[in-house]
Design a protein around this ligand. Structure first.
Ligand SMILES: [Mg+2]
Length: 217
């Protein structure tokens, strides 16, 4: 088990079992604008809205034997806009809404840092905050993922850049959330053995991933 809570590096990792056995491909998801509707600096339960198609995506991943990790920048914490209690309330609400649909995620990792608002900002922070690869690598460690065969879904250039930095096979850049604004920046990251696909929304992403991610069970 990983106990859940803040690590000594200051990131938050949800509780849950470490995955053993052989490394398998996984699915890494951004939270805001991907798993849930984008609300700037989401920090209230009542503002949580699961994105259309997200439950179906998670159901497919579970059936396909693909572990799922959510990796989320939460700079609203560094900015003093909300605290970990509010973050946890939102996480609770997301988990409850997903459970009501019979789905869930295996792991969530959150980074509270921001270059202009975290005291002593440096490489130790930059590694964790997307576009740094830290949260994805940590998810890979805990869930025993074969990152080179794993995919990310994000709506921000930094999601796609983090996926590339962590050595994933590719990323789907969705046009939900902030996606339309970052479309061209995301596309420029395609190449060097890393695929970037653009999709309108989560249902379209599911259809696309089904042809790129192998069923691992
Ligand atoms: Mg996002």
């Amino acid at each position: 088990m990983t106990p859940g809570g803040l690590t000594e590096d200051g990131i938050w990792v949800s509780a849950g079992p470490r995955r053993g056995g052989k490394a398998v491909p996984g699915l890494l998801l951004d939270r805001d604008g991907v798993l849930v509707r984008e609300v700037n600096y989401l920090h209230r339960r009542q503002d949580v809205e699961i994105a259309p198609g997200a439950a179906a995506l998670l159901r497919w991943a579970a059936q396909a034997g693909l572990p799922v990790a959510v990796v989320t920048n939460q700079a609203g914490i560094a900015r003093g806009m909300f605290g970990w209690d509010e973050f946890l309330a939102v996480q609770d609400e997301i988990a409850a809404r997903l459970a009501a649909e019979g789905v869930g995620v295996d792991l969530t990792i959150a980074c509270p840092f921001h270059p202009e608002h975290s005291p002593g900002w440096g490489l130790a922070h930059a590694r964790w905050r997307k576009p740094g690869p830290g949260m994805l690598q940590q998810a890979g460690d805990i869930l025993n993922l074969d990152l080179g065969r794993s995919w990310m879904v994000g709506d921000n250039e930094s999601d796609i850049a983090a996926a590339k930095a962590a050595g994933l096979a590719g990323a789907v850049h969705v046009l939900t959330g902030h996606g339309a604004r970052y479309r061209d920046d995301a596309l420029r990251l395609d190449g060097g053995g890393f695929r970037v696909l653009i999709e309108q929304d989560i249902p379209a992403t599911l259809a696309r991933l089904q042809s790129h991610l192998p069923i691992s069970v």
